[in-house]
Ligand binder design. Structure first.
Ligand SMILES: C[S@@+](CC[C@H](N)C(=O)[O-])C[C@H]1O[C@@H](n2cnc3c(N)ncnc32)[C@H](O)[C@@H]1O
Length: 238
């Protein structure tokens, strides 16, 4: 952790202690909840509240293969980008199952050249609102979009990709998506990093076995929280 991050963490913890002392954070009791709500306030978005699949407007067949909306903790994406040592301005960021679009905002903040989210449910509309709110504050042109579609019908853009997957869907949907990526890469070889975040939540190794069946995904950065696979040509690193 560098000095700036240590200072920021100390600053945030002090704010949390002061707010609790004043009783000013009802419903945001834990430090983690405070940080999550703080992220939404800072960017003028709503991404923190979980939405379970049974409350989403999707058909029953799709529901069986999909996960609840749970956002990635906001500190994770900058950490993953740093760990890969790639230059985000050379990549298009794609979030597979992008929910309310938190990672789309964070990817734009990280400097990705283009940012695309793919979301099956009506949470896509929340993502569009969040993108508008964020774009209004960013004060610079942004290439950022949320698409409402099933991930299996998504055509991967023909350019270097930084793909993010947080345990959004499973079984045949994940298999088909990985196969679509492999075919896209075979037709148009290019640098593609594929991030699988959320390994801690699947200790039974079900997802690991799925990734193991796709040898075009070579582990590039491996931690307890996430694996970044190198799926295509080796990316330039700094
Ligand atoms: C665990 S959340 C992840 C949200 C976001 N990627 C993040 O990390 O903050 C998973 C999301 O994937 C969406 N999803 C599930 N199956 C999908 C599919 N077949 N196509 C597109 N989106 C899907 C869910 O609706 C949910 O919003």
């Amino acid at each position: 952790m560098n000095a700036q991050r240590v200072l920021r963490a100390a600053f945030n913890r002090t704010r949390w202690i002061l707010r609790r002392a004043r009783g000013a954070s009802p419903g945001h009791g834990s430090y983690f909840e405070f940080l999550e709500a703080d992220f939404d306030r800072r960017y003028g978005v709503e991404t923190a509240a979980i939405v379970t699949v049974d409350r989403m407007q999707v058909d029953a067949g799709a529901r069986a293969q999909m996960a609840d909306y749970v956002p990635t903790p906001f500190g994770l994406l900058p950490e993953v980008v740093r760990a890969t040592r790639v230059d985000p301005t050379e990549f298009c960021f794609v979030d597979l199952g992008s929910g309310k679009g938190r990672l789309l905002v964070l990817a734009a903040e990280a400097g990705f050249d283009e940012v695309i989210g793919v979301e099956l449910s009506e949470l896509h509309e929340v993502a569009e609102r969040n993108i508008r709110a964020y774009a209004g504050r960013a004060g610079r042109p942004l290439r950022i979009s949320s698409k409402r579609q099933d991930v299996t019908t998504f055509e991967f853009p023909d350019r270097p990709l930084f793909v993010f997957y947080f345990n959004a869907f499973f079984g045949p949907v994940l298999e088909r998506t990985l196969e679509n990526l492999r075919v896209s890469l075979q037709a148009r070889p290019r640098a593609v990093l594929f991030v699988w975040h959320g390994k801690r939540y699947f200790p039974e190794k079900r997802l690991q076995e799925t990734f193991d069946r796709h040898p075009f995904l070579e582990p590039f950065v491996v931690t307890d929280d996430y694996t970044v696979f190198n799926a295509g040509r080796s990316p330039a690193t700094r």
